[in-house]
Design a protein around this ligand. Structure first.
Ligand code: HEC
Length: 210
């Protein structure tokens, strides 16, 4: 009897593991594997208005960090921001995944699709683990450049009740955004902007949010 129980438990364990592997690894891979992974250059060929604006607002600091606001500099800043986002643990408090439940699309914009994660900026995916702050997948049209600069410097200046920590090391000795600060503002004002096909839908969602 005891032996039978062990055998059943073992077979069930291995069987369930195999089933989970098929459903959650092999099956998605057969689908997602067919969608090509885009490079950042393919995803966002030209610098965004924010990047150009930052070059005008903080000429000295910008020049020191990136030189001219070229496409190469723009890509360099976004990659640096993605690495900083991971290193600083922004993903402990923010998700980059709009779920098809709880009217999230009204609050955050169009529901996320698998194709959105098929690019180098989402390898590894930055889905996040929980949401202390809002989802950032569509953060591009939520606030102005100045708002983000102030928010990283001292979040409570723009949202008095916030629990987000300040990121003073994103700023230089003159309190101007440094290489990392410029990158982070560019990044959060870029997230979701390249999903142009859904522009109207996202704009409408943004209006409902206010
Ligand atoms: C301890 C949790 C926490 C951490 C860590 C954190 N945030 Fe936040 N964040 C929040 C909260 C809460 C809010 C909402 C209130 C506010 O705007 O400050 C927020 C708001 C934001 C907003 C504005 C979003 C919107 O739609 O209004 C952005 C952008 C943002 N965070 C980016 C970041 C980035 C980038 C990092 C990492 C460098 C980071 N956050 C780290 C908690 C956090």
């Amino acid at each position: 009897m005891h032996e039978r129980f062990t055998t059943v438990a073992l077979v069930a364990g291995v069987g369930c593991f195999a089933l989970a592997w098929c459903l959650e690894a092999w099956l998605p891979l057969t689908h997602i594997g067919r969608i090509p992974v885009k490079t950042l250059e393919e995803l966002a060929p030209e610098p965004t208005e924010t990047f150009l604006e930052l070059a005008e607002l903080y000429p000295k600091s910008f020049k020191r960090a990136y030189g001219e606001p070229t496409a190469d500099a723009f890509h360099d800043s976004l990659r640096h921001a993605r690495d900083t986002y991971i290193a600083e643990g922004c993903w402990h408090c923010h998700s980059q995944f709009v779920r098809p439940v709880s009217n999230e699309d009204i609050r955050f914009g169009a529901v996320s699709t698998a194709a959105e994660y098929q690019n180098e900026m989402q390898l590894p995916q930055l889905l996040g683990t929980r949401r202390v702050g809002p989802d950032l997948s569509r953060s591009w049209n939520k606030h102005s450049t100045d708002w983000h600069v102030a928010h990283f410097f001292e979040p409570s200046w723009v949202v008095p009740t916030t629990v987000m920590p300040n990121y003073r090391w994103f700023f230089d000795e003159n309190d101007e955004p440094n290489r990392t600060g410029i990158a982070m503002v560019t990044y959060v004002m870029w997230l979701g902007s390249w999903t142009e096909d859904w522009g109207d839908e996202i704009d409408e969602a943004g209006e409902n949010d206010s």
